[in-house]
Design a protein. Structure first.
Length: 322
């Protein structure tokens, strides 16, 4: 009759697990590495958690970790144990870090496709500036110059849109979270934003490539809220589709606050003392999670050729004899 399985420490817990020799050695070594006596309750919970991360066949009993060694058991010298424990930890922690995804676990996971639905679109989010906000003389001059173009947005000429205008378009966004960075993929104009989660917001003079269309965005977690600060804009985009300008000094702060599993409350705060007399908010508005397979980010490029065809067709329609 085969010998009963035994354990290296503690007492037998559960049904022995049959594993290939190498895997069993790795798992047993990892269990031994976290099974010293006399550790605190906090350390005990942490070590038990490590064991659970890689599915170690370990039992937790009376403050000890039990390692199933199979028929006959085995003995390993401390050096060999250390080597295999190191290998096991290398396997554990990349997996654990990847699961974190730059704080992308649990309540900090905003991954998915989101849409404003009724809180967005031309008639609802075309004008982001509150009625009680006035422009500085510089801002008024820029506003008049924008009006003189006859356009409602720079996107009409296939110029980059800028992200502050995106609520005016009935297009979704997709949030993708990785370790150290969050990406926001906009369907309209088909552009990515990079949100750096591992560094502070840069000063204007420290911008790596100078002012840009999308600025430089850094993020942080305020409790369960995602807060994004963006600085370093150039002045080539407009604030919204109502022709409101902004300067290179503008700072935009976005806050994503989860109010339900499928709903985010979204607010933009604008601070641009060169163009406006005070700081102001747009929102809070609601983004809704779209988890259906039919909701995928589609291609939406501004093509000068297609734009010209559209205008020609529109002109012919408007000027056709009646």
């Amino acid at each position: 009759m085969d010998e009963e399985p035994r354990v290296s420490k503690g007492e037998t817990w559960g049904t022995p697990v049959c594993l290939p020799d190498v895997v069993r050695l790795l798992q047993a070594a990892a269990c031994r590495a976290v099974s010293d006596r006399g550790f605190s309750p906090r350390a005990y919970r942490f070590r038990a958690f490590i064991a659970a991360c890689v599915g170690l066949p370990c039992g937790v009993y009376s403050g000890e970790i039990s390692v199933f060694t199979g028929a006959g058991g085995f003995e390993m010298r401390n050096r060999v144990v250390g080597i295999f424990a190191a290998l096991a930890i290398l396997l554990v922690f990349p997996r654990f870090a990847l699961a974190q995804g730059g704080a992308a676990a649990g309540k900090h996971d905003f991954s998915g496709v989101w849409s404003f639905d009724g809180d967005g679109g031309p008639g609802v989010a075309g004008n982001l500036v509150a009625k009680d906000v006035t422009m500085t003389p510089w801002g008024q001059d820029k506003f008049k110059a924008n009006q003189a173009t006859g356009q409602t947005t720079t996107y009409n000429n296939c110029e980059p849109l800028g992200f502050t205008s995106f609520p005016a378009y009935p297009h979704p966004i997709e949030i993708v979270q990785t370790q150290g960075r969050i990406f926001i993929f906009h369907e309209v104009d088909h552009f990515w934003r990079t949100i750096w989660m591992d560094r502070p917001a840069p000063k204007k003079d420290d911008l790596l490539f100078g002012p840009s269309y999308l600025g430089t965005s850094t993020g942080r977690w305020d409790g369960d809220d995602l807060v994004i600060d963006t600085v370093g804009f150039n002045e080539k985009t407009w604030l919204d589709t109502a022709r409101h300008p902004h300067s290179e000094d503008m700072r935009v702060t976005e806050r994503f606050h989860r109010v339900a599993p499928d709903t985010l409350e979204y607010t933009m705060t604008f601070d641009d003392p060169k163009a406006y007399t005070k700081t102001f908010n747009w929102g809070p508005k609601h983004l809704h999670l779209k988890d259906s397979a039919t909701w995928q980010i589609q291609e939406d490029f501004c093509s000068p050729t297609e734009q010209a065809k559209f205008r020609d067709g529109l002109d012919k329609t408007l000027n056709a004899p009646k």
